[in-house]
Design a protein around this ligand. Structure first.
Ligand SMILES: *[C@@H]1O[C@H](CO)[C@@H](O)[C@H](O)[C@H]1NC(C)=O
Ligand SMILES: *[C@@H]1O[C@H](CO)[C@@H](O)[C@H](O)[C@H]1NC(C)=O
Length: 203
């Protein structure tokens, strides 16, 4: 009895340590712990990420498709936070009016992509190399290639990297009206004071 309990315990421990050591899971933990995302737990982020992955895997270069699937994944996988997410989305839209969160995101993606192109290319090259060379069956191949991609992304994205990108984006591409809304609503999602970017004052 006792021995089977102990082996069950070990089995669970091994299972848990395996579950928390995939690159996907580690990336989500990094986003929460290091980058300061507070709105979702790492486990919730993992669910959302898994929802977006098939589209990202299929069309890594189609931002329109990824953003549209991403938005649906966020809204439909927010569980008990769906109401909060919807209300934040609608408050942000009201604040940004006559613009909307969608138009602002759509406008900011190209400059952010240019600024982060070295990193983004590295991540996308990892994925496309894996898609070309991996010989597993479709599902196993997708999972292996995504895990590799997460590994590269996790190593490259640091707090300072995000802060520097944020500073450039806000200084060059964010209007003072947008920034007023950003300062009002971003802290509901992320620990903004971790970033020097949050200190930017727009005239
Ligand atoms: C990108 O995705 C959108 C939405 O799914 C689609 O309408 C569009 O044709 C795609 N663009 C390209 C270049 O494949
Ligand atoms: C913010 O600026 C300070 C002083 O220059 C610097 O030490 C710190 O690393 C910066 N924070 C981030 C997140 O890069």
């Amino acid at each position: 009895m006792c021995r089977s309990f102990v082996s069950l315990f070990i089995f669970v421990l091994v299972g848990l340590s395996h579950a928390t050591t995939t690159n996907r899971d580690a990336t989500m933990v990094m986003i929460c712990d290091k980058l300061g995302l507070t709105f979702y737990t790492a486990a919730e982020l993992t669910t959302i990420a898994k929802c977006i992955e098939p589209q990202f895997y299929k069309t890594p270069n189609n931002n329109t498709a990824i953003l549209s699937v991403g938005k649906n994944c966020i809204l439909s996988n927010s569980g008990n936070k769906a109401l909060q997410a919807m209300s934040l989305y609608s408050n942000a839209n009201n604040c940004l009016s006559p613009d909307s969160l969608d138009t602002v995101v759509t406008k900011l993606v190209p400059p952010i992509q240019t600024m982060t192109s070295t990193l983004v290319n590295k991540v996308k090259t990892t994925l496309s190399d894996c898609k070309k060379t991996n010989t597993q069956t479709a599902d196993a191949k997708q999972e292996t290639c995504l895990q590799k991609t997460y590994g590269v992304a996790k190593a490259a994205i640091t707090l300072t990297y995000v802060d520097n990108t944020c500073k450039k984006v806000v200084n060059q591409h964010v209007s003072s009206a947008w920034w007023t809304c950003g300062k009002k609503y971003i802290p509901s999602v992320i620990k903004m004071d971790k970033y020097n970017c949050s200190k930017i004052v727009k005239a």
